[in-house]
Design a protein around this ligand. Structure first.
Ligand SMILES: C[S@@+](CC[C@H](N)C(=O)[O-])C[C@H]1O[C@@H](n2cnc3c(N)ncnc32)[C@H](O)[C@@H]1O
Length: 244
């Protein structure tokens, strides 16, 4: 058996948002590797072994997947959304460093619909002009880096999408992020809280920065801050195509 490794994005939650390319890879796979809730989204079937693991073992998980592919298995590493956005693709490439044997394997990255794009579509078009996206978790970088990026992006008038905004173990970060953004953007800037997008629990709420509270975000939320021109039209929020 000739092994391969696909690093696949399952999209934000709704099965209809899984790409046909990812579905085809899952149909051919012998093994699926990933964080417990993402592996749970893959239907079991004969001939398929599921390997769910904890969130904090990304590099071990990547090495395990590469070892199986090198042994001839057809392995899919799953992430939610897109695998290249704060997810497993980088961990797999990190595991390839110094391993020419693994670098020679058949490895493909299969894109998925990332949370901010599904959220933006549900809200209207808040990312319709220039934007950036920032992971607000300080697990993998110091808070000072996050704060510098927030201030520079705000001064450049980017719309911004925030992943991992607030967790039980990091309740203070988002409080600080909101304070920084109010300081830089003023109280009237629109901010959209998009929770559990494309699932039955979906909730989309757009408020001003003055009205935003930390409790409006959790780990199932992606937060989209508008630029200075972002506005409401009816029940939608959008950023105009042009800036004067
Ligand atoms: C570790 S990141 C993974 C991102 C994923 N690779 C992607 O492209 O969407 C997890 C964060 O993505 C965001 N997220 C993922 N799925 C979401 C959804 N269905 N609705 C809202 N936010 C979501 C949340 O901010 C969550 O804390």
């Amino acid at each position: 058996m000739i092994g391969w490794l696909a690093i696949a994005g399952l999209g934000p939650g709704d099965d209809r948002l899984v790409t046909p390319e990812v579905s085809a890879a899952l149909a051919e796979a012998t093994d699926v590797v990933g964080y417990i809730p993402y592996v749970a989204r893959v239907a079991p079937r004969p001939g398929l072994t599921l390997h769910p693991s904890d969130n904090r073992v990304e590099l071990d998980r990547a090495r395990n997947a590469l070892e199986m592919a090198a042994a001839g298995r057809r392995v899919v590493v799953v992430s939610s959304g897109d695998p290249g956005v704060f997810a497993m693709a980088s961990a797999v490439f990190e595991a390839l460093e110094g391993r020419p044997d693994w670098q020679a394997l058949d490895i493909r990255v299969l894109p998925g619909i990332t949370a901010m794009l599904a959220a933006a579509a549900a809200a209207g078009a808040p990312l319709g002009h220039d934007f950036c996206c920032i992971n607000l978790s300080d697990n993998l970088k110091p808070w000072a880096v996050i704060e510098t990026r927030l201030r520079h992006a705000a001064r450049a008038d980017f719309a911004m999408a925030f992943y991992n905004p607030r967790s039980a173990s990091r309740p203070e970060g988002f409080v600080k992020a909101l304070a920084t953004l109010r300081e830089e953007c003023g109280p009237d800037r629109l901010v959209t809280f998009a929770r559990a997008v494309s699932t039955p629990d979906q909730r989309i709420e757009t408020v001003t920065l003055a009205e935003a509270t930390p409790e409006m975000a959790d780990m199932r939320t992606v937060v989209i801050l508008g630029n200075s021109a972002t506005r409401r039209v009816g029940r939608f929020v959008y950023s105009p195509r042009s800036v004067r």
